[in-house]
Design a protein around this ligand. Structure first.
Ligand code: ADP
Length: 447
């Protein structure tokens, strides 16, 4: 689970906890207040006669503090309700009690007159079957509960506001920089070697991490450049002696009589030629970089037709076909791209029997152009398929036709420099498809 999602879950859990806790506080407070009112009502109905006399005295003028907000009355067996004492603040109050209804325990009831909508009410029995009714309005308690609910809601909102601010802060300091770092790292992996991790807020962990990663990238960049320069220099240095070696071998090949010496000179020349190719391939590999590409619009159909006719010239008896959708174009280094497709085509000629057909295919899909070179040859064993792109990779059949072992590594380098992807597919029934997926680029639309 991402940190962002965990944060969202934590905030949601906090929200639920706040609502549940607020609800529990309200419920328990309501129960407490109701019990207080009920205790007052119960105490008065417990001694009905004394309460009635107290009420009559209070009504006559000697109003006591305890009875100031209580309604006391009687219900005759006939059903006639008589108010003995009404609350000072609500003189017209009349609780809803049915004739003869006995309520030993206080209950909630609505009213038939007066301001208070609800009361807690109980009855006691007086002499002669008359009932003493005691009712206390819940209005004040309800208002207090309303205030408490509002206070809780405001406190909850304040807590959420603070938590929200903390979440925004954490996202800005930690999560947003991590997302940007991931994008930058993806771009670097995809070939943007000069891209660096963007600055994060000063003093944050993300800023330290970004600085450390940038320092590491710079160091890797430097050591890669040094290695590249070393290979390029070494290849340059090897070119001249190899040319000389080949020249001497060619010069003396026709002059020697002794067949063993002649054979030795022929082999020296062949090996020198192979080494020369190797040196050229090494030089190509060291120069493959996005910065060295000469980008321009490429008509993929035309490029594949050119490669196909070159392959056909090299092996006239081979069946080479081109299949492309019309108007497939992309922005790329045409020379390098042709070199890559040519290398794949040449591999097909070298590693498959001449009876195997070779197909060059291209199509555009979702802002990318897919170029495939496939053949009906023997294929590549699955366990060796991933390795074929490695430098000097040897698969089990060995190296046919004096290849340098750098052909596919150069193809991979060209595709990576273009910001593309590559894959080799070899189904069990045989044949290989080398697939290059390249970003179409901004000028790719239309012929
Ligand atoms: P090489 O110079 O040996 O051809 P590459 O890098 O071009 O080096 O290819 C690596 C290996 O992949 C080859 O040695 C070969 O075994 C295998 N390979 C390449 N293309 C094909 C193909 N079309 N069919 C079968 N095997 C292939």
């Amino acid at each position: 689970m991402t940190l962002q999602r965990r944060l969202a879950v934590a905030v949601a859990a906090l929200l639920v906890t706040l609502v549940v806790a607020g609800g529990l506080v309200l419920l328990s407070q309501r129960r407490y207040v109701t019990r207080q009112l009920d205790a007052q009502v119960a105490a008065l109905v417990a001694r009905p006669q004394a309460t009635l006399s107290l009420a009559e005295r209070a009504a006559a003028g000697a109003r006591g503090g305890v009875l100031s907000e209580v309604w006391i009355g009687t219900v005759a067996p006939t059903g006639a309700v008589t108010t003995v004492l009404a609350p000072a603040s609500d003189p017209g109050l009349l609780p809803r009690v049915a004739p003869g209804e006995v309520l030993r325990v206080p209950v909630g009831r609505s009213t038939t007159a007066g301001d208070a909508p609800r009361v807690r009410v109980a009855t006691g029995t007086l002499k002669g079957g008359t009932l003493l009714v005691v009712a206390v309005p819940t209005q004040r308690a309800d208002a207090a509960m309303g205030r408490l609910a509002l206070t809780l809601a405001l406190a909850g909102a304040a807590v959420l506001l603070v938590v929200g601010a903390i979440v925004v802060w954490v996202r800005r300091l930690g999560l947003a920089p991590i997302r940007e770092m991931t994008h930058a790292a993806d771009a670097i992996t995809a070939g943007e070697r000069d891209r660096r991790i963007p600055d994060a807020p000063e003093g944050s962990e993300a800023a330290h991490l970004g600085d450390a990663l940038n320092a590491m990238l710079d160091a890797t960049h430097d050591s890669e450049d040094r290695m590249r320069q070393f290979v390029a220099d070494a290849s340059h240095e090897l070119r001249t002696p190899l040319t000389t070696l080949r020249g001497y071998a060619e010069l003396h090949a026709g002059r020697v009589e002794d067949p063993d010496t002649a054979d030795a000179l022929r082999r020296i020349r062949a090996e020198a030629t192979r080494m020369h190719r190797l040196v050229e391939d090494l030089l190509t590999l060291t120069s493959l970089d996005r910065a060295t590409l000469h980008l321009g619009p490429v008509d993929v159909r035309r490029m594949l037709d050119d490669v196909a006719s070159d392959l056909q010239v090299a092996q006239p008896e081979r069946r080479v076909t081109v299949e492309t959708a019309p108007g497939v174009r992309l922005v790329a280094d045409e020379e390098r791209l042709t070199q890559a497709v040519m290398a794949l085509g040449t591999n097909a000629l070298r590693h498959t029997p001449v009876t195997a057909a070779v197909r060059l295919t291209a199509y555009a899909i979702g802002g990318e152009v897919v170029v495939e070179v496939s053949d009906d040859g023997p294929g590549i064993p699955p366990e060796e398929l991933a390795r074929v792109w490695d430098r000097f990779a040897r698969v089990s059949q060995g190296r046919a036709g004096g290849g340098t072992g750098l052909g596919l590594a150069i193809v991979a380098g060209i595709v990576t420099a273009h910001g593309g992807r590559y894959a080799a597919l070899s189904p069990p029934q045989g044949g290989v498809t080398f697939r290059l997926v390249l970003p179409a680029g901004s000028q790719a639309e239309g012929p």
